[in-house]
Design a protein around this ligand. Sequence first.
Ligand SMILES: C[C@H](N)C(=O)N[C@@H](Cc1c[nH]cn1)C(=O)O
Ligand SMILES: [Zn+2]
Ligand SMILES: [Zn+2]
Length: 518
Amino acid sequence: MNAIQIYLAKSLGLLLHFHRFRSFVVPPILLQFCLGSSNFSLVRLSKMDHAKIFQGIEEDYENLKEILREAVAIQSVSSDPSKRDETIRMVHWMKAKLEEIGATCSLQDLGNQTLEGKEIPLPPVLFGTLGTDKSKKTLLVYGHVDVQPAQKSDGWDTEPFELVEKDGKLFGRGSSDDKGPVLCWVHAIRAAQKNNVELPINIKFCFEAMEESGSVGLEDLLKREQKGFLSDVDFTCISDSYWLGTKKPCLTYGLRGICSFFVEVSGIKQDLHSGVFGGVVHEPLADLFWIMSQLTTVENRISIPSIYDDVAPMSEVEARIYKEIEFDVKEFRESVGASKLPTEDKETLLIRRWREPSLTVHGVEGAFYGKGEKTVIPSKVIGKFSIRIVPNMTPEKVNKIVGDYLNELWKKRGSPNTFNAKPGHSAMSWVADVNDPNFLAGARAMKLVHGVEPDRIREGCSIPITLTFQELTGKSVLLLPIGAADDMAHSQNEKNNKFNYIEGVKTLLSYIMELGSA
Ligand SMILES: C[C@H](N)C(=O)N[C@@H](Cc1c[nH]cn1)C(=O)O
Ligand SMILES: [Zn+2]
Ligand SMILES: [Zn+2]
């Protein structure tokens, strides 16, 4: 053996761990080939090697949990101006985490926004780069570190911003949406580094803290960076959605878009005593309820004329997907605690969830909502609702149809109060090709970790920036969910299963390694 061969033989122990992460046993002839050559690209990981790394991830669980605990404790509620400092602190905390794994990071300033009449800074977007090897492909990872609002009084069993482990579940706001999955990327890369495994790709990170509030400023930033930060991206991956059920993993190839709306009614200068003034003033909340009650039917179909007109027709191939996919309607109904659903037919239910619009009334600002009674006439109320949109609907057309309908209703109402209906944020829907190399790498990774072929699903929810990544990079975007269907994102008692958190780390690491041969 010459000096180079001795060096290569020593390095082989490390490289065998991971040069490509597949369950191949390295044949002796291949070892011989490597010892006599500097071409390592054929070396693959043996079953033993990935088992060892996976075991290391499992053994590191307490540490992974503590890191999630720190993240959950930061109250990064992007919609709440009083929590903007915390939301910004969360981005800085995440930057430190990326730097710990060796990423070069920068904070992209997005300027200010006006929220509730106050000008406040937008949280910066975190860019990170790990590896700049021109001979390797580049993966862009997107995630968000802001969360939905949460208070114990909403009906949580525990404090939402304190991570609590119970019965194999990690409860806490953001544990599933999306701090848990974002941290899985960091843990996956850390696991590779601990085992001296060289990553076969470069990785770029784009983490924002305004996703739950319409990703304000991100699209413009990305457009400016199309020829900069985004210029060499070969694949994008987002882990920010959920499995179809609780047992089987899946890859997601479609998202609905969203159009949100505000309907404001006012008419008296301040809240009034309902005994003294009831019956002698036009009440804004009664006007608002009259309008809002005409948005949907009792079966939860949208009552706005022509709203379904642009929904893409369904091909026979697509219809077969709904017929063949495994989905337990009873389990789904029980998981949401409903006694009956508008439809209990599997295909109709999935079609309504994935490829038809839906309208949800979210709440009313300014109305009394506390416990007990308060005999008051609210002076100004703002109704909030949104419509999930699907191919081929556009936000422009939906905003126009909805605006016209609301104004028409208001005319019919004939109230002298002041009425103002306006659109909020919007996002397009997105559908991808499940057969491209990015999806195939994701499928191989899931099969390696879970031992089953993942389902290919669409999602009813929205990740506003997905389509932008696809259009600006011209490359495939894969949604690789880690959380289970019953994680209760946006809701009370949000959780991530210990199982999903750990398997998520393994899956993302496997996917990174698989991309090396995509
Ligand atoms: C799927 C993702 N985890 C998510 O929760 N997306 C949100 C995005 C959004 C849009 N408006 C406010 N938030 C969602 O689908 O509601
Ligand atoms: Zn969310
Ligand atoms: Zn999310």
